[in-house]
Structure formats: structure tokens, C-alpha cells
Ligand binder design. Structure first.
Ligand code: G3P
Length: 217
């Protein structure tokens, strides 16, 4: 499973990239707003820090303007994935952009039918929002299971990018279902390392090691 960071905070991205576990980054207009940074500038910096796909989202709702925005965004770096919304114009832009060799992440997916459409439009990634799905009383993980089954039935190459991840269990459940990618805020990626028995084990081993009076090297 690939790990993407869902953030536009460059310091957090650098820290995660240094672990060797970061495969890409996703941004959205809300994350850009939160960063307080210039969109193009921050995406350029992120793309230089992380060689994996960096999602940058168009904000237009009509095909022609989406394509003009995508043209600007894809020139930022070779590893930019254009993020488009799951609408008829978004999927039309998806088809045109992927046909031209550009990575496309189709976002705001809340149903298996929408995911099927995105795959038919040649999306590189489909982003089902599991947390927001759970928030309104649906089962986000059932959506991932349904999309996995449909994509496998037809050998679609579109990667399932689990988004709106709220806690480590979302990551584990998505991995059990065979999702290709998950994107999560850095805080959640750091939480994946944590287990109280790991901390207790380290403390116990260090105490006993000190009692031996030995040193390595
Ligand atoms: O980037 C899209 C998605 O991950 C947003 O998550 O937490 O705003 O629902 P959230």
C-alpha cells in the first residue's frame, strides 16, 4: 500500500519524506487555505521534496476552464497529478488529460457507481472519502470493498486512493481490502508507529542492557 500525506505543510512533508515511507502527497483547496501559502509556490516545493505523485486540484467546474487550470498546474513539475471533481466535466477533463499522459486523481467519490465512471474515464487514481462517508451514516469501508471488487472484475488500472482517513483503523481496514493507496494527515501517519507495548519493551530492554554494563563498539 502506498502512503500519501494529505497536507500542504512543507515541514511535515519533509519530515515524512525523511522516513522513506512517503510515496506521494495530496492537496486540496482547503489544505492550501490552511497553509496560508501561494498555491503554485507550495505545490512546486512539495513536488521537489517528494518524487511521487503530488495532487493539485483544479477549482473550475466547466471543462474548458478546468483544462486551462490543469495546463498551468501540470507545468509545475513532472510528478503532478491533476485532481478533478467527480462530475461530467471533471471526467471529460480526466479522459483528455490521461490521454495526454498526465496523471489524474478523481476526487470527491462517494459511490461505487462514481468510481466505475472514473475508471472508464481512465483515472490514474480514484479518491473515495471514507471519513466523510462514515460521518453521514454510510460505511466508508464497504465503499472501498465494492470499488475493489468492481475494479478487479474488469482489470481496471485505476488505483484506489483512500481519502478522508481519520484514524489508523481506516488505514488497516483499507489495506486488508487491498486499497492501492491511502492519504492521511501526517498526524495519523505518525500514529501508525505507536503501540504502548513497543514503548514498554524498549524501556525494559534498555534497563536490562544498562545493567549489563556493556557497550556496542
Ligand atoms: O484530500 C481529500 C480528503 O482527504 C479530505 O479529508 O478530512 O477533509 O474529509 P477530510
Amino acid at each position: 500500500m502506498k502512503f500519501f500525506a494529505d497536507t500542504a505543510e512543507i515541514a511535515e512533508i519533509r519530515e515524512l519524506a525523511a522516513t522513506g515511507l512517503l510515496d506521494g502527497v495530496t492537496t486540496n483547496p482547503s489544505l492550501i487555505h490552511k497553509s496560508g501559502r501561494d498555491f503554485i509556490e507550495v505545490v512546486r516545493e512539495i513536488a521537489a521534496v517528494c518524487p511521487g505523485p503530488i495532487s493539485a486540484e483544479v477549482v473550475a467546474l466547466d471543462y474548458d476552464t478546468m483544462m486551462s487550470e490543469a495546463e498551468i498546474l501540470r507545468k509545475i513539475a513532472k510528478n503532478i497529478a491533476i485532481k478533478v471533481p467527480l462530475t461530467p466535466d471533471g471526467l471529460k477533463a480526466c479522459k483528455a488529460l490521461t490521454g495526454d499522459g498526465t496523471m489524474v486523481n478523481v476526487t470527491l467519490c462517494f459511490s461505487a457507481a462514481q468510481a466505475l465512471l472514473a475508471a472508464k474515464a481512465g483515472a490514474s487514481f480514484i479518491s473515495p472519502f471514507v471519513g466523510r462517508h462514515d460521518d453521514v451514516g454510510f460505511d466508508g469501508m464497504q465503499l472501498i470493498a465494492d470499488i475493489r471488487m468492481i475494479y478487479d472484475n474488469y482489470d481496471f488500472a485505476t488505483e484506489i486512493l483512500v481519502a478522508s482517513v481519520r484514524h489508523p483503523i481506516h488505514v488497516v481496514e483499507a489495506a486488508k481490502l487491498g486499497a492501492d493507496v491511502m492519504t492521511a494527515p501526517p498526524k495519523i501517519i505518525h500514529q501508525l508507529f505507536k503501540h504502548p507495548l513497543t514503548d514498554a519493551g524498549i524501556a525494559g530492554f534498555l534497563k536490562d542492557w544498562q545493567a549489563t554494563g556493556q557497550k556496542i563498539g
